[in-house]
Write a protein that binds this ligand. Structure first.
Ligand code: FAD
Ligand code: UDP
Length: 426
């Protein structure tokens, strides 16, 4: 029984940035009707935000979402739905009762060691500390970090935070993870180095309402695809952005994810911590960071109250929301098994963060979706010749990181634009 009618030409599972972008392109450029399903009670996926009734502050329900990109096509796409403010993200780290700037930069180094180095002096000093351990070919996260910043900085800002965030000894984590965090020998303490950065002035939900408000798009929230799959015509093309292992009923076992628990508190103070995100580096503090959302929108008038959110990290069980792919050896093996099945699945394209088991930032999810629309979805829907360059999961793999581990330095932007990124000067 076709409970959603049978006029739609594309079914999209998941109303996050990946699903919404593809839905909008098909509706607006091909003028074809699209059905979007999401099991949550809202659209927006993990980028969802809402305004708090008590304080009037917009908060990001799944953790602070900072938009940044160097990809012109992505920026052009997203800014047609909303203006962005000029917020630039800075992060601070608390260690033994003091606050430092992160990523590690000249100010962090001088403050931590009580020195007054210039850039060249700091570089030489850190190189000396790093050389003390004689690590020539780092084999894991800890060795890589120590070989780059030396043990004192590693133990202060990285070891405890990482052990809390990944619930794993840093010596057992892949080295790639630390590549996401640059080390700088100047005073630049901006977290990102992209050409464009900011927050949507009316909030992320307003963007999703505009994208998915297209008259050719029908959205059904609170609807799990697996509860209605039998009612959907298998001949209709689907884009599935839910978890890859769930689609195949965990046939080869579960892929490893980290989940987060968030604890919201409303306080009768105007400014709790003076910044949007403060990390807690010490292992004896149970949470990894505190978000204070009002700082993301300096252009707004906020009252005398504030809303903060503590973030705790742990391994995801099946019932938890999967947030960060862990990418251990057995995950990589399982992923290849699922990928083979995904490639063989007729009329279904696997996409997005969950469907390809990749850490994708928002701009990467949008970039990959724009690419997927051009290369696969539009040709299949219009009968144009499909480029024979393999399944979508391969496309995404090439566009994002070469490993399963999230990296922010080698993302879709570089592959799509062949433009060097400025985030790290390591
Ligand atoms: P999602 O947004 O996860 O959307 C997938 C959707 O599919 C979900 O809504 C889910 O409910 C739905 N779904 C799953 N299974 C089913 C089913 N069976 N039936 C129906 N629907 C289903 N990116 C940045 O650029 N900047 C940041 O600062 C940033 N911070 C982040 C912080 C955290 C804590 C996390 C977890 C992510 C962060 N990201 C950030 C990444 C960002 O959230 C992702 O890039 C984005 O969510 C990817 O979009 P997506 O559509 O692939 O997946
Ligand atoms: N990291 C850390 N201390 C910090 C910030 C980051 O040790 O104050 C490490 C941590 O292992 C993290 C990685 O650097 O997973 C990459 O940082 P990023 O901010 O990209 O991590 P995210 O919060 O997105 O996982």
């Amino acid at each position: 029984m076709a409970i959603f009618g049978n006029e739609h030409r594309l079914v999209i599972v998941g109303a996050g940035f990946c699903g919404a972008t593809i839905a909008y392109k098909v509706a607006s450029e091909l003028d074809l009707p699209v059905l979007v399903l999401d099991r949550r009670g809202h659209v927006g996926g993990n980028s969802y935000s809402k305004f708090d009734d008590e304080t009037g502050i917009e908060y990001h329900q799944y953790g602070s979402h900072l938009f940044h990109t160097s990809n012109e096509a992505v920026w052009k796409f997203i800014t047609q739905f909303s203006p962005f403010n000029n917020y630039r993200h800075r992060v601070f780290s608390r260690h033994r009762g003091k606050t430092y700037t992160i990523p590690i930069n000249l100010m962090t180094i001088n403050q931590f060691f009580g020195t007054d180095f210039d850039p060249a002096g700091a570089r030489a000093f850190i190189a000396q500390q790093a050389a003390a351990e004689n690590i020539e070919a780092p084999r894991n996260f800890e060795e890589k970090a120590v070989s780059q910043i030396g043990r004192p900085l590693y133990e202060a800002f990285i070891q405890g935070y990482t052990a809390k965030q990944w619930e794993t000894d840093p010596a057992a984590l892949p080295a790639e993870i630390i590549s996401r965090l640059p080390v700088r020998f100047g005073f630049n303490d901006f977290y990102f180095g992209d050409l464009y950065e900011g927050l949507p002035t009316a909030g992320y939900s307003a963007i999703f309402d505009k994208i998915l408000g297209h008259p050719k798009i029908k959205v059904v929230t609170g609807c799990d695809y697996f509860d209605v799959r039998g009612t959907i015509d298998p001949q209709v093309l689907s884009v599935y952005t839910g978890p890859l292992d769930r689609y195949f009923d965990y046939k080869f076992g579960e892929l490893g994810w980290r989940t987060l628990d968030f604890e919201i508190e409303r306080l009768d103070v105007e400014d709790f911590q003076g910044a949007a995100v403060v990390n807690y580096a010490d292992i004896d503090v149970p949470f990894t960071r505190i978000h204070e959302f009002k700082h993301l929108h300096p252009e707004r008038r906020h009252g005398n109250k504030t809303l903060i959110m503590r973030e705790y990290s742990r391994f995801a069980r099946r019932a938890d929301e999967p947030y960060y792919p862990i990418g251990r050896q057995d995950d990589k093996r399982r992923y290849s098994q699922y990928k083979k099945l995904a490639e063989a699945e007729a009329n279904v394209i696997f996409a997005g963060r969950l469907g390809t088991y990749r850490y994708l930032d928002m701009h990467q999810a949008i970039g990959a979706a724009l690419n997927l629309y051009e290369k696969k979805v539009a040709p299949l829907l219009t009968g144009r010749c499909v480029k024979s360059d393999g399944p979508e999961s391969d496309d995404l793999q090439r566009q994002s990181s070469p490993s399963l581990v999230p990296t922010r330095n080698a993302g879709v932007d570089e592959v799509m634009e062949r433009r060097p990124r400025a985030r790290s000067d390591r």
